[in-house]
Design a protein around this ligand. Structure first.
Ligand SMILES: Nc1ncnc2c1ncn2[C@@H]1O[C@H](COP(=O)(O)OP(=O)(O)O)[C@@H](O)[C@H]1O
Ligand SMILES: [Mg+2]
Length: 261
């Protein structure tokens, strides 16, 4: 378990069209074991936020702390899952899952035990020997999730991981991810442009501003679990946040910022 804290974090990019404010003065405390969802207009800095927590990007200003210690770069205690799972096509499902353990020289017997447990957890036991090109999009994301869990990171960073999946597969992955979170108590920071997904999953949702990557509002989500995308309360809260998001996207557009999503 780990808590993550951003203190006055700013990140500026020098792009083709000048200076872009990726993040501006972000203050955010994420207690250990929280399931935090992040929404905001596209281009508002959601991926940048994950990147500075992952340590892929260093902030220009401010600090990112994990359990009170300033991070200096990427580490296996913070694992990122992307929209397009970056799996190894020349390895089968089981080999993909234990890849990190193998690289770390973990004992073969422990690798095998972990592989079995994780295959079961993500419902892929039957496909342990399949190669990645034989899998559906949802199965690939399950492999990516299992591979992340194999390293037992304290923090899981997920960047629109289910955006490319069909609705049924996404619903199933919501349930599986929620179960994994409940069983492992990991800190999860989950970026999505789907507000309803954020309310379905998050114990808190933060809305980022489309103008320069700051945090506009936050919404604690106290609904009981397990939740469903169609729950009236989920839909009601989501539509409130979506209204706010739309207004923000319009304001950002008028300011020449980002596009509405
Ligand atoms: N490496 C980079 N170089 C230049 N500009 C970047 C870079 N990474 C992100 N940006 C810019 O920073 C802003 C925030 O990007 P990003 O975090 O990817 O937004 P989101 O994930 O919310 O869509 C965007 O305007 C984007 O173009
Ligand atoms: Mg992004």
């Amino acid at each position: 378990m780990a808590n993550v804290e951003l203190k006055n974090v700013s990140k500026v990019f020098l792009g083709q069209s000048g200076v872009v404010h990726g993040l501006t003065g972000v203050n955010l405390a994420i207690p250990a074991g929280e399931f935090l969802c992040v929404v905001g207009p596209s281009g508002c800095g959601k991926t940048t936020l994950l990147n500075v927590i992952a340590g892929f990007e260093l902030p220009d200003q401010g600090d990112v702390l994990v359990d009170g210690a300033r991070i200096g770069g990427p580490s296996s205690d913070r694992f990122v899952i992307f929209q397009e799972p970056a799996l190894f096509p020349w390895l089968n499902v089981r080999q993909n899952i234990v890849f990190g353990l193998r690289m770390a020289g973990v004992d073969q017997r422990i690798q095998d035990e972990k592989a079995e447990a994780l295959l079961k957890m993500v419902h892929l036991t039957r496909f342990a020997s399949s190669f990645i090109n034989e899998l559906s999009g949802g199965m690939k994301q399950r492999v990516a999730l299992a591979r992340a869990l194999a390293m037992d990171p304290a923090v899981l960073l997920m960047d629109e991981p289910f955006a490319a999946l069909d609705a049924q597969t996404r619903d199933m992955l919501h349930e599986e991810l929620e179960a994994v979170w409940q069983q492992t108590n990991k800190t999860i920071i989950f970026v999505t442009h789907n507000v309803r997904e954020a309310v379905r999953l998050g114990s808190r949702v933060i809305l980022m501003s489309g103008r320069g990557g700051s945090i506009l509002k936050e919404y604690p989500i106290d609904l009981p679990r397990n939740r469903y995308l169609e729950d009236v309360q989920v839909v009601t809260i989501a539509s409130k946040i979506r209204d706010e998001l739309r207004q923000e996207a319009v304001r950002a557009n008028e300011a020449g910022g980002t596009d509405a999503h």
